[in-house]
Design a binder for this molecule. Structure first.
Ligand SMILES: [Zn+2]
Length: 65
């Protein structure tokens, strides 16, 4: 008998291990915050929008955990 083990992916924003399950609507992100940060990152790269320093602070806090 093999237990149903969820596939584990890493959050693109902070690298946290995330269970890839049907109920996890934020996958592959670990949190809504990381999802928004990642979306903001590519949006800034695509459109050259100046980054918000508040978001940078949040990201640094996440990485330190
Ligand atoms: Zn994350």
């Amino acid at each position: 008998m093999t237990p149903a083990t969820p596939r584990i992916v890493t959050c693109p924003t902070c690298g946290t291990a995330v269970k890839w399950t049907a109920s996890n609507e934020l996958r592959p992100f670990c949190s809504e915050r990381c999802k928004l940060i990642d979306l903001g990152a590519w949006a800034a790269a695509e459109h050259k929008i100046p980054g918000d320093p508040v978001n940078d602070d949040l990201l640094l806090q996440e990485l330190e955990d």
